[in-house]
Design a protein around this ligand. Structure first.
Ligand SMILES: NC(=O)c1ccc[n+]([C@@H]2O[C@H](COP(=O)([O-])OP(=O)(O)OC[C@H]3O[C@@H](n4cnc5c(N)ncnc54)[C@H](O)[C@@H]3O)[C@@H](O)[C@H]2O)c1
Length: 243
């Protein structure tokens, strides 16, 4: 890829786009954000100003016409991930898609197939696999420091999302489990060496935010893995003060 610095375009300009832009900024030898696209007038320009991004678009499809862009990150609502992935792949650019990858398994499989067909990488933005404390814990577990692991717990809790689209199941695909539980499920699977999942039990309820969403605001999910271990994933949009 050119001079070794991957030229990146970001779709989206708010919460996660800001985190992505900040992350690219601390690795200037590896990547350079050259464009950002977001539909609300002024928003992409604001992110561009904050991070010194030279090109700004309101329509991401226009950004995809830029030949020098090699990779595009998708930091837009979940319901748009599949279509955006297809558009980015068709433009011949590699993709980093935010979690959750897709709204349904069928959508996710289609995204993978499209990326393969166009010969581009489709990378999933699960940051827990790169978080130093989790990497250290896995390294220790793999080295046998805590014996045979039979239970892995992961939790994410806060008082609900910052943006209105998360509450709308047609745009988010679900509630606390879809939004936060995707981290825990991916984490347990990774931590246990990708042992196949045998059974899944999930208890979900809407206890606090029923006026805002049809989705669950709390969930307890138990995964049974083929290697005999169990994952316990607890998620909430209903806990003031977070974890
Ligand atoms: N990895 C994490 O821990 C983490 C944290 C927060 C959000 N996310 C994920 O990141 C994604 C974005 O979430 P967010 O919190 O940044 O949401 P947000 O509401 O803060 O930002 C969404 C962005 O998408 C843009 N957008 C909407 N429609 C668009 C369109 N048609 N074309 C281009 N851009 C469009 C909006 O203008 C906005 O800039 C979601 O999939 C979310 O699940 C991941």
């Amino acid at each position: 890829m050119g001079n070794g610095r991957v030229k990146v375009g970001i779709i989206g300009s708010q919460f996660q786009a800001d985190i992505q832009a900040a992350s690219f900024q601390i690795m200037p030898h590896d990547a350079e954000v050259v464009a950002v696209a977001s539909p609300t007038p002024g928003n992409a320009a604001e992110l561009a100003k904050k991070f010194g991004i030279p090109r700004v678009y309101t329509d991401y499809r226009e950004m995809l016409k830029e030949r020098d862009i090699e990779m595009v990150t998708i930091a837009a609502p979940n319901s748009l991930h599949a279509q955006m992935t297809k558009d980015v792949a068709a433009a011949g650019k590699h993709i980093v898609c935010e979690k959750p990858l897709a709204m349904t398994i069928a959508e996710g499989e289609e995204m993978i197939a499209v990326a393969k067909r166009h010969g581009v990488l489709l990378m999933y933005g699960e940051e827990l696999f790169f978080t130093p404390k989790y990497l250290k814990a896995k390294e220790m577990a793999d080295a046998g420091a805590v014996g045979k692991i039979h239970l892995v717990k992961q939790s994410e809790k806060h008082f609900g999302p910052h943006s209105p689209w998360f509450w709308d199941v047609n745009r988010s695909g679900g509630g606390a489990l879809m939004d936060l539980g995707c981290h825990g499920i991916a984490f347990c699977y990774w931590f246990l060496g990708r042992s196949p999942i045998k059974t899944v039990y999930c208890q979900m309820g809407t206890y606090v935010h029923g006026d805002k969403t049809k989705a669950e605001d709390e969930s307890l999910c138990i995964l049974e893995f083929a290697n005999g271990a169990v994952g316990l994933i607890e998620n909430s949009w209903a806990r003031r003060g977070g974890m």
